[in-house]
Every structure is written in C-alpha cells, then in structure tokens.
Design a protein around this ligand. Structure first.
Ligand code: HEC
Length: 115
C-alpha cells in the first residue's frame, strides 16, 4: 500500500471517528443507580434496582432476547416478581438503552481491518 493511500485511509478513519463521537452524546444518568434516564427508567429502577442497587447491570449489553432471558433467570433463581404488563416496557427500555450496538447486529457492516 502506498504512503499516500495510507494517509488517505487514516484521514478517513479520523473523520469517521469524529462523526461517531459527535453523535454519541453522553445520555443523562441517574446518579443513584447509574441508569440512563430514558423513557420508563423509573419503572426499571423500581423493578430491577431493589436488589442490585447501584450500577447493578449498567455494564451489561444484550439484545432483546438476552434481556428476556435475564428477566426469566431473575425470576427463577433470584426472586424477581412477575412483571406482568410492565415487562414489555422494561424490555423496550433495556433493548433501547442497554442493547447491542447497531453495527454488531448488522452483518453487512464490518469493523475496519487492522493492518
Ligand atoms: C429480587 C432480587 C432481584 C431483582 C428484583 C432483580 N435482580 Fe438481577 N440479580 C439478582 C441477583 C441475586 C443476581 C446474581 C448476583 C449478581 O450477579 O449480582 C442478579 C444478577 C443480574 C444480572 C447479571 C449481572 C452480571 O454482571 O452478569 C443482570 C444482567 C440482572 N441481574 C438484571 C436484572 C434486571 C434487568 C432486573 C429487572 C427486570 C433484575 N435484575 C431484577 C437479583 C435480582
């Protein structure tokens, strides 16, 4: 690969990274639980933060199925109560705010190769 091409590619990468960091503004978080304050976060606080109070699972990223499985595990092993009609809202919240990044879901987009 020529030096010029290399330069061009690295410039392009920097540009792409700049665009990403500009669009990924830090979401507002609740200082007590560390949860992102998005739609229905109070519902998630009430149902999930009773046991793992601070920053219990804010590092976890799962798709909707994964979150559903987690809720089942919570219910079977850890004593989480049935969520009833709240479950859909809790899942919406978890999928939206603690879901997998879009690129991981789209097989057409690959990470750039490292040379
Ligand atoms: C009645 C108590 C209780 C409730 C309510 C509860 N959990 Fe848990 N949760 C636990 C326990 C106990 C563990 C296992 C110990 C641990 O890993 O912290 C756990 C672990 C987890 C883990 C795995 C943590 C990890 O680092 O792998 C996730 C994810 C999780 N819970 C999500 C949730 C979600 C989402 C909710 C709400 C829908 C919820 N929990 C509600 C008790 C609870």
């Amino acid at each position: 690969m020529s030096a010029n091409l290399r330069k061009l590619i690295s410039k392009g990468l920097i540009l792409v990274m700049g665009v990403f960091s500009a669009t990924a503004a830090e979401p507002e978080k609740d200082p007590t639980t560390g949860l992102i304050k998005a739609k229905d976060w109070e519902l998630v606080t009430a149902n999930c933060m009773a046991c793992h109070s601070t920053k219990g699972f804010t590092q976890v990223r799962l798709d909707r199925k994964g979150w559903e499985k987690t809720i089942r595990t919570m219910q079977e092993k850890n004593g989480l109560w049935p969520l009833g009609e709240m479950e859909v809202k809790v899942l919406d919240y978890l999928e939206t705010n603690y879901g997998l990044p879009k690129e991981a879901r789209n097989p057409k987009i690959r990470r750039p190769l490292v040379d």
